[in-house]
Design a binder for this molecule. Structure first.
Ligand SMILES: Nc1ncnc2c1ncn2[C@@H]1O[C@H](COP(=O)(O)OP(=O)(O)O)[C@@H](O)[C@H]1O
Ligand SMILES: [Mg+2]
Length: 390
């Protein structure tokens, strides 16, 4: 099937779209990316998303409109990637849209009671004519799971190493890891959870420090010129989230831009300059990842494979590599997968599985009581052809 997968993550930096050709069934699922593109949000749209993610600034009327306006943006990016591939919408079978998470409700005992992704499927199906699957996380949450990390199921299908345990680490707004047993090991289960902040705190302090002129630490330049403050870092690592046992997930609800305000004040009170503050935030992400491996990896890791925007930050990657040494740290390119579009591609894969009435999750990964077939299907004009009921 030809499927457009689309993702907008907690960074709220923009929409990633990947048009993929997907065939077969697990464990022999074949995925080929035909064309991919990323469209950053214009600043006002990004601000509307960030406002929607905070109870202090989110409003139901704004949320209601954003649900539709974001879907319009998703629909046009879908049409754009299809055109860029030299195809027409009637040559595409499905659209898979993760949408934008605005809230992920983690209760005090760590279980997830609700999660909310917006970007109305009806609008996407209406504008493109293509049958659309969205709202992937809700069913897993309904089955008692965290609704996350969803990418891990595809890691399990696609990325197990023949002989050694592999850590597949995404560094988006939040960091998440999947520990995968080797193919030779048929008895061990994979394990996945959110490691903590990925880029979210780095981005937020950079935005504050530059008065909004920069939204992230491009190529890790600020962090590279600064020095992480050891005492402050140690204090930050005492956040209770890091010790909590997996399965566990988090989001902007715990690691917020408000947190960045007070972090900045802390750093300044410690007499640190802007680069040192950014370096400390970068070290926090690196240490939380390495600590999570030490605490929770089911076995010694043969290698770590990074994806997501954080894998484009050489200062962050360098810190992670030195903390995980001697285990090598690679990016997904080493496995023939584009790091930037991995998540978009994987939502295409999950939609493919949903269409074939197969689950897209494992209880070991999300904590649900059973594997679930995920998402909601909105029929497009191609629905009769897809179902053979033309
Ligand atoms: N060249 C780069 N240098 C440093 N950081 C980068 C670079 N490219 C991307 N990033 C970081 O990656 C983030 C976006 O990552 P992404 O994987 O899209 O996250 P999400 O899934 O949360 O949207 C940006 O906000 C930025 O922090
Ligand atoms: Mg993104």
């Amino acid at each position: 099937m030809r499927i457009v997968g689309m993702m907008s993550g907690t960074s709220a930096d923009g929409i990633d779209a990947a048009l993929c050709e997907i065939d077969g069934a697990p464990p022999k699922l074949q995925v080929r990316m035909i064309r991919a593109l990323a469209r950053p949000y214009p600043q006002p749209m990004r601000q509307r998303i960030l406002d929607a993610c905070r109870p202090e600034t989110g409003r139901v009327d704004s949320l209601c409109r954003l649900n539709v306006d974001l879907a319009e943006a998703f629909a046009s990016v879908a049409l754009e990637v299809i055109a860029a591939a030299g195809l027409t919408p009637d040559q595409v079978d499905l659209i898979a849209s993760h949408g934008q998470t605005v809230w992920h409700q983690v209760e005090a005992d760590g279980h997830v009671s609700a999660t909310f992704q917006i970007g109305e499927g009806a609008v996407i199906a209406e504008r493109t004519g293509i049958t659309t699957i969205n709202n992937f996380r809700a069913r897993d949450v309904a089955a008692g799971g965290h609704g996350a990390p969803l990418v891990s199921y595809a890691d399990w299908i696609l990325l197990r190493h023949p002989e050694h345990w592999r850590a597949v680490q995404n560094i988006g707004g939040i960091g998440n890891v999947t520990f995968l047993p080797p193919l030779t090991d048929s008895s061990s289960a994979p394990l996945a959870f959110d490691t903590g902040p990925g880029n979210v705190l780095i981005d937020a302090v950079v935005a504050l420090l530059t008065g909004g002129a920069q939204t992230y630490d491009r190529d890790g330049q600020m962090a590279r010129q600064g020095r992480a403050d050891a005492a402050w870092l140690e204090a930050l690592l005492r956040h209770p989230y890091y010790e909590r046992r997996p399965p566990k997930t988090t989001g902007r609800e715990l690691f917020t831009s408000d947190m960045a305000q007070s972090l900045l004040a802390d750093g300044q009170a410690r007499g640190l300059g802007p680069n040192d503050i950014v370096a400390t935030m970068t070290a926090l992400t690196a240490h939380t990842i390495a600590d999570a491996y030490r605490r929770f990896a089911p076995a010694a890791i043969g290698e770590a494979v990074l994806a997501g925007g954080g894998s484009r930050n050489p200062t962050l990657v360098g810190m992670i590599a030195s903390l995980l040494a001697p285990a090598p740290v690679l990016t997904h390119e080493a496995l023939g997968i584009d790091s930037d579009f991995k998540e978009a591609m994987i939502f295409a894969l999950l939609a493919h599985e949903t269409w074939h009435n197969r689950p897209g999750s494992l209880p070991a990964l999300t904590g649900a009581s059973h594997p679930v077939v995920m998402g909601q299907i909105t029929p497009g004009r191609n629905f009769p052809r897809l179902t053979g009921r033309a």
